[in-house]
Ligand binder design. Structure first.
Ligand code: UDX
Length: 461
């Protein structure tokens, strides 16, 4: 089939790469000339395992081309995918200005029947407005088109696999003709295709992300109770997850969810609910628990070291919002680093992929960027594990012990083996486990107290 993908961010670039790998002719469009030039040379604007190989292979086989012109891009396309960003606006709602712009350009350049498909995450009702904008901008009233919603469920770090072999494909449209076109693209996958109306498809995406975020906040609250009651949340999650109705995914307790999707999509879904005069109470709690989780973590640090961290140096492993990505958008790790710095600490930081992005976000003041995980630990008062990179789980504990000034570990991702860590004589603070680091449960919220006292001097909260 002939396809056009507008927007070459995570969704668009991975989508274009995989669609072309399936044998389709794909034109990728982006307004950023420099980005397009780099992609053509095989330099990916994002870190995504396996992506550059697929892009280069399909460019060389002439199935994948790029342009900065929407007119050129859509000229021969049967399906046009809108994959532009929908960042969070000040109100919590998604900012759809890029979608409207692209819809206008598509409308102006329509030259025959096409299905216009939104892949960007957009609130309920957006596709109907896309349809209206395209219709208003058509060069002639005789030109036919349909719109469809085809949300993506890609996870950063494994988006290539997720796109190539999804659990399900969701296609919403009010037109049977459009459904038939979309079926041709996806039916070879032999995975379920949920065909529905536009609004239900838009809702499926938000409901899925909201539910996954709720799972994380649920296990994070269970972790709080485990700490107080003397249970171990990792064991509890395993015991729960083996029940197929519960499922084991997204039950890792930690410092809370971050990233470019969950925080924004959960806020947007909540906004949709209030716009519909409904208070989505559960989702409101999901967001509150997520913020509280990082405060709980900070409280452990402050209970151990006191409220003034001046003169302390901490080793930080992990800056990305999760493992296998260089993305630091809404990274809880970056926020914790800022909080520690705000309280006077010096940080020695390392992340396998996110160093460049972290430098832009954190600057140089009281942050030293290290070449590997062990370099961070030299002379540090404690080690912090903040991102779930596999390589941090295999850290050599005897080496850690010789490098740190004092054997203290704050493990925000429960990556390390508690028994081994404690056997080696570390004071170990994990999430949702009563450990030797937690002599007595203290429920005071010290971190919030500090914020009140310093009156915004930390400024990060
Ligand atoms: C998410 C959705 O999974 C994906 O379907 C959607 O298309 C985009 O948003 P992504 O943001 O890439 O993907 O990351 P994900 O793997 O879902 O993790 C999100 C955040 O939750 C990360 O900060 C991660 O560390 C955290 N997380 C995840 C937990 O704290 N515990 C878990 O058990 C799982």
């Amino acid at each position: 089939m002939k396809l056009c993908v507008i927007g070459t961010g995570y969704v668009g670039l991975v989508g274009a790469a995989i669609f072309s790998d399936w044998g389709n002719d794909v034109v990728g469009v982006d307004i950023d000339t420099e980005k397009i030039d780099r992609i053509k040379k095989g330099e990916m604007p994002i870190y995504e395992p396996g992506l550059s190989e697929i892009v280069l292979r399909n460019i060389s086989q002439n199935r994948l081309t790029f342009t900065t012109s929407i007119a050129d891009g859509i000229k021969d396309a049967e399906i046009v995918f809108i994959c532009v960003g929908t960042p969070q606006s000040d109100t919590g709602a998604a900012d759809l200005s890029a979608v409207w712009e692209v819809a206008k350009d598509i409308g102006k350049n329509m030259n025959g029947y096409k299905v216009i498909v939104t892949k960007s995450t957009v609130p309920v009702g957006t596709n109907e407005k896309v349809k209206m904008i395209i219709r208003e901008n058509l060069p002639g009233p005789q030109i036919e088109f349909d719109v469809a919603s085809n949300p993506e469920f890609l996870r950063e770090g494994s988006s290539v696999e997720d796109m190539a072999a999804p659990d399900r494909t969701v296609v919403g449209s009010d037109s049977e003709k459009a459904h038939a076109v979309m079926r041709r693209l996806y039916e070879h996958l032999n995975t379920p295709i949920v065909e529905c109306d536009l609004r239900s498809a838009e809702m499926i995406k938000y409901a899925s992300n909201g539910f996954l975020a709720a799972k994380i906040s649920f296990i994070n609250e269970i972790a709080q109770i485990c700490e107080r009651a003397g249970a171990d949340v990792t064991v509890v999650a395993r015991g729960m997850g083996l029940d197929k109705r519960v499922g084991s995914a997204f039950l890792n307790a930690g410092i809370g969810y971050g990233g470019s999707c969950f925080p924004k999509d959960v806020a947007a879904l909540y906004k949709t609910s209030t716009d519909q005069d409904y208070d989505f109470k559960l989702l409101r709690s999901v967001m509150e628990v997520n913020v509280a989780q990082r405060e709980n973590f900070m409280n452990k640090v402050l209970r151990h070291f006191g409220k003034n961290l001046a003169g302390r140096t901490f080793a930080i492993l992990g800056l990305a919002f999760k493992g296998n990505t260089d993305d630091i958008r809404d990274s809880v790790s970056i926020e914790i680093v800022k909080k520690l710095r705000g309280l006077g600490a010096k940080l020695r930081v390392y992340d396998p992929e996110a160093m460049y992005n972290a430098k832009q976000a954190l600057g140089a003041v009281n942050v030293e960027y290290c070449l590997d995980k062990y370099e961070t630990m030299q002379g540090a008062d404690a080690l912090f594990v903040l991102t779930e990179w596999k390589e941090f789980a295999t850290v050599e504990l005897d080496k850690v012990k010789t490098l740190l000034k004092s054997p203290v570990i704050f493990d925000g991702r429960n990556l390390l083996d508690r028994a081994k860590v404690e056997e080696m004589g570390f004071t170990y603070f994990a999430v949702g486990k009563r450990t030797n680091g937690m002599v007595k449960i203290d429920t005071r919220n010290l971190y919030q107290t500090v914020l009140l006292n310093t009156n915004g001097s930390t400024g990060q909260h």
